[in-house]
Design a protein around this ligand. Structure first.
Ligand SMILES: C[S@@+](CC[C@H](N)C(=O)[O-])C[C@H]1O[C@@H](n2cnc3c(N)ncnc32)[C@H](O)[C@@H]1O
Length: 232
């Protein structure tokens, strides 16, 4: 199995939903996140480690016009071209170039979320502690991260370049991380795209790894976990 990345990392950030030729096998997970965010009825939202083509614009499309979405990334190049040039957004997007461990928002937010961020960090708890500081009391912290090692083709584990990923199975630790910042009963959901070799899951695997699975092979992509906790 190839060693190129099957999930978004520093080097292939945003590829789950930008390559329209392939489609996004994680769209069910994205839809769940969007529904969750809308249901929380927030006015101030932060997307930390937003990247250049992640869920930021999807979120901006479903939030009402009077919502402000802070899009934060430590890499200034993700905002080139400027997010303002994307016209699909409904709500106001304010971009900030910041390191998560030094996160400093203009104000506390109602909801702060990150997706495919913690897997890249050497000290994910430090990041969660910092993010937690910027969520208002009774606000929500939403973490969406993979369990990379669950990927399989015909029962065989996938090699997905985990050497470059600090925490490939961080999805297993989301409840632990939320508990460490005072969230005792988070809601949890998990998404595992599956299909035969010719399905969306198989085509995504081929596009991301360069390995074309046999049409009859059962493909199971890495599980993506979402954990949402309300702060005290
Ligand atoms: C794999 S991409 C995910 C992008 C988007 N959240 C998504 O779901 O598609 C990870 C992003 O986190 C950013 N990032 C990584 N470490 C960071 C840190 N310490 N502080 C802020 N952003 C960081 C990277 O620059 C990158 O844009």
């Amino acid at each position: 199995m190839g060693d190129r990345h099957l999930i978004p990392t520093k080097s292939n950030c945003g590829q789950t939903n930008t390559d329209d030729d392939i489609g996004d096998p994680y769209s069910q997970a994205t839809d769940y996140l969007l529904d969750l965010l809308v249901s929380l009825n927030p006015h101030l939202v932060a997307d930390v480690g937003c990247g250049d083509a992640g869920v930021t614009f999807d979120v901006a499309q479903v939030l009402p016009y009077d919502t402000t979405l802070y899009a934060i990334d430590h890499d200034p190049t993700v905002f080139d071209p400027p997010f303002g040039e994307h016209t699909r957004a409904h709500c106001t997007i304010t971009t900030l170039v910041q390191e998560v461990n030094e996160l400093t928002l203009p104000t506390e937010v109602d909801v702060l979320f990150c997706r495919f961020l913690l897997l890249n960090l050497a000290t994910p708890l430090a990041a969660v502690e910092r993010m937690r500081q910027w969520v208002r009391p009774s606000g929500h912290l939403v973490l969406m991260e993979p369990i990379t090692s669950t990927g399989r083709v015909e029962g065989h584990p996938l090699s997905v370049g985990t050497d470059e990923i600090a925490n490939p199975d961080i999805g297993l630790r989301l409840c632990e991380l939320l508990a460490a910042v005072g969230v005792s009963e988070p809601s949890i959901a998990a998404f595992t795209p599956v299909g035969l070799g010719g399905s969306l899951a198989g085509r995504y695997l081929a596009a991301m790894t360069g390995v074309d699975p046999d049409p009859a092979s059962f493909v199971s992509l890495p599980t993506l976990v979402l954990a949402c906790g309300q702060l005290q």
